[in-house]
Design a binder for this molecule. Sequence first.
Ligand code: CS2
Ligand code: MG
Length: 402
Amino acid sequence: MKIIAVKVIVCSPGRNFVTIKIETDEGIYGLGDATLNGREKSVATYIEEHISPCLIGRNPSNIEDIWQYLYRGAYWRRGPITMTAIAAVDCALWDIKGKKANMPVHELLGGSSRNGVLVYGHANGQDIPATVDAVGRYLDEGYLAVRAQSGIPGLEKVYGIGRGEKFYEPAETGLPIETLWSTPAYLDFAPKLFEAIRNTYGSKPHLLHDIHHRLTPIEAARLGKSFEQFNLFWMEDPVPAENQESLKLIRQHTTTPIAIGEVFNSIWDCEIILREQLCDYIRSTVVHAGGITHLRRIIDLASLSQIRTGCHGATDLSPVCMAAALQIDMWAPNFGIQEYMVHSPETNDVFPHQYKFEKGYLIPGNEPGIGADINEKLAKKYPYKPASLPVARLTDGTMWNW
Ligand code: CS2
Ligand code: MG
């Protein structure tokens, strides 16, 4: 079998996506998500300029060798652009291998470890009452786990507050919008949100919260302690994690579980965190952490410290990524939970897939490969629109973490 063509498909059905399609001389093709929110064109160009020409003529079944060629051969290793480009190729090659073997990819990884994939939805609102209501809507739909994010009095355009009920999308067309952040206001407010949710729905629902990199370690330790009475499933991205050691201080002060890693793109970004059990859930995902081949290594290292997976699954990761993530989720012995932000109808039309939501779980289809496709004709109707993620400043104007 030989690779005869590599297509990079950039489209915008509701938001920008980049998809790689690898075609072979046997008529089998594979897909990989190559979307990096706000940097889509960088990845598309990387693939077109530095990867596609090297793939033509290669045997697509040699997934590991191609991964090593693209990683070691880049010289400039790691980083979100390179690792997302490698991830997309890797996912497409696993898709091809599954189709050739006439098996869903999780069968090639070692088979199913569970009947379905526990997911969490994204409830958000402008204030506590609206967010409490939004959590209730997810529980009524059968979700067993819900993330709650609320507007904060005195702050506009706070992270995580959607423009529609389900399709929260942080990227906005044009240049980055500037948002304001106040840690004192947030630290005072956040515990009140979860007190209201627990008082309304009791102790059963799994509740999650995304701090989104905004605190210092001691602030995160303080917030984690205040969350303990509400028994969160996790608090996510408490601090920016370039300094993996900074999580040690948080761990010394609180038992609130920590999830981190959606911005990590290699095992080296989280090696200390995983070896020293500085988190409880690793969020790295197929599209940004080097694909199935590399994510599997991260998951195996995490399992040595009883750390479970909690893969990123925002709407800026396409259904092609979600389908591939579900293959990993079905196999991983140390699976924890899968983020599931419902895509828009246009997105689902462009990326048909078999996975479906049932009583709090995503059930992947049983089709060969990763279980997603792309309607190229329809994709053409949604041309790319430049869009940027917001930035955040403190109320005194200091640049902060969005
Ligand atoms: C968030 C994302 O889903 C999450 O946990 O952190 O919404 C994140 O902000 C976006 O994926 C960034 O593009
Ligand atoms: Mg997050």
